[in-house]
Design a protein around this ligand. Structure first.
Ligand code: BMA
Length: 330
């Protein structure tokens, strides 16, 4: 039996694994949980992050509007499934050099110490990692961008490691091309980042082709007794374009740039209609995981086909055993 090192979350959204089902992850039967047109002017709501908040849940949602402008909106939910999302995008407090809007997408949310941090892909002369914090999901204080452009998929660890804040990110180029590996960085103050370490890159060739073209961190890493559980997306370049799946890795608890295990097969790939058909077909893109330290339950939120938001379930035992038993040679 494995253990998640987190507090209990009695109201975690949950459905038992269907009987006879053998895969380590199973989808919520009423997916998608958020449709593309929840807001009056939303074209799509996907690649979004949620977190326990008060008696329920809060989140930051990627909403592309009908002008096809990409922005992030706050939302609240009692049960983690039915969401009320603000019609207006988040308006950030802070230095106007930094709060100036170019585009914002793919948020993650992480609670550390006394506040909720949001990271996202932020347009600032090219994509980089935007950062902000909030206490109440009403007022958001924007911080300095963590890195220079070009960078995407910035994910903060939920506690300090060796005395510093820590983040995974993926330096990239200025387009959606296959470029860049996942790196680990540390900061004493969430402003200045350094001690960069390489974590993992794509797997070239045929052996684990779902992650042969691109990789990027997904949800905030989950602390377990086996190490940090990292769920990350991987991309295959098929003759029908990019296919986004997700898999898992286990990182050393004190030195998270050391990969202990890494799944050769994917955990979930686009197979359902809401994953295969939409604005960008064949995409599952995870940005958040709720965890219950008492039962080991994990609920993963992911975008489907760059159009809707969906939910899938696993347990710490299922996902760690799967990752260890199906690991690539590291
Ligand atoms: C990535 C990001 C994601 C998107 C994915 C598939 O590069 O832009 O927001 O879900 O492509 O289009």
């Amino acid at each position: 039996m494995h253990r998640i090192i987190s507090s209990e979350l009695v109201n975690i959204p949950w459905q038992d694994k269907p009987s006879g089902f053998t895969a380590p992850i199973w989808r919520y039967e009423n997916n998608p949980i958020i449709g593309r047109d929840l807001l009056p002017d939303s074209n799509s709501i996907f690649n979004s992050a949620v977190i326990p908040f008060k008696e329920g849940f809060a989140g930051v949602f990627r909403c592309d509007n009908t002008s096809r402008s990409m922005n992030i909106h706050a939302g609240l939910s009692r049960d983690g499934i039915k969401w009320e999302i603000d019609c207006e995008p988040i308006s950030f407090e802070g230095d106007e050099d930094i709060t100036r809007y170019e585009y914002r997408y793919d948020p993650r949310v992480c609670f550390i110490e006394d506040r909720y941090y949001v990271t996202w892909c932020n347009g600032y002369h090219g994509p980089t990692i935007g950062m902000a914090y909030t206490f109440d999901f009403k007022i958001f204080y924007q911080m300095e961008n963590a890195f220079l452009p070009f960078n995407r998929n910035g994910v903060i660890f939920p506690r300090k490691i060796n005395g510093n804040y820590a983040m995974l990110s993926r330096p990239s180029d200025n387009s959606h091309t296959p470029f860049g590996d996942i790196f680990y960085s540390e900061s004493p103050d969430l402003c200045y980042w350094g001690r960069h370490r390489h974590v993992l890159g794509t797997i070239k060739g045929n052996i684990s082709a779902w992650q042969s073209t691109k990789v990027g961190s997904g949800p905030v890493p989950v602390e377990t007794d086996e190490g940090w559980l990292l769920i990350y997306h991987g991309v295959l370049n098929s003759c029908n374009g990019f296919v986004y799946s997700f898999g898992s890795a286990i990182l050393d608890i004190d030195n998270p740039w050391i990969v202990k295990y890494r799944s050769q097969p994917y955990l979930l790939s686009p197979q359902k209609p809401y994953e295969c058909v939409g604005d960008v077909p064949n995409v599952v893109f995870p940005c958040a995981a709720l965890t219950d330290g008492a039962t080991g339950r994990i609920a993963i939120y992911y975008g489907g086909a760059d159009t809707v938001t969906a939910l899938a379930f696993t347990t710490v035992d299922e996902i760690i055993e799967f990752t260890k038993n199906n690991s690539l040679e590291i």
